[in-house]
Write a protein that binds this ligand. Structure first.
Ligand SMILES: [Zn+2]
Length: 166
């Protein structure tokens, strides 16, 4: 690279990221569906998280400086992470669109950048639109800082319906 003129915004920094199979599958999927290079998917996700984190920091500062700030009164409409997910039937694989917003129990823990919010849900009586069988959806979606997706765990289990009989 010696002697090569350096461009203003050249990408000289390299970062190696290890992915597990699930993450690799997600990356491939997003890359294919959005027709973006895998590296571009990372850059875009980073930029989005950067802006959201800056917003969360600004809200922290505002809350700390303002005497009139009421933590129960949002500065502007709180923008939470989406709790909508696609859930596949564990029997037939039919894809359902689910929104856990109304079914989640939220708990929050104070951390350095404000609260981490845990959205937990435990749905026992989901009925498949296609095969009519019952299944449960349990898990949580963690939001930290506010408005930023952190991590999640969602388990879909079949429920043996003895009353239906087969
Ligand atoms: Zn089904």
């Amino acid at each position: 690279m010696a002697g090569r003129p350096k461009k203003e915004d050249s990408r000289d920094n390299q970062y190696r990221v290890r992915l597990n199979d699930d993450e690799n599958e997600m990356l491939t999927y997003v890359s294919q569906m959005t027709e973006k290079a895998k590296s571009e998917v990372f850059r875009q996700a980073l930029t989005e998280l950067y802006h959201k984190t800056k917003l969360a920091e600004a809200m922290q500062d505002f809350a700390g400086e303002s005497e009139e700030y009421d933590e129960h009164e949002p500065i502007w409409e709180d923008e939470h992470v989406s709790l909508r997910r696609t859930i596949d039937c564990p029997y037939c694989g039919h894809t359902h669109m689910m929104d856990f917003t109304d079914d989640s129990v939220d708990t929050s823990y104070e951390r350095s950048m404000g609260a981490e919010i845990l959205h937990e849900f435990d749905l026992d009586e989901c009925v498949c639109d296609q095969c009519g069988k019952l299944f449960s959806v349990k898990g949580y979606i963690s939001e930290y800082p506010m408005g930023c997706y952190n991590h999640e765990e969602i388990n879909v289990e079949p429920i043996d319906d003895v009353e239906e009989g087969e």
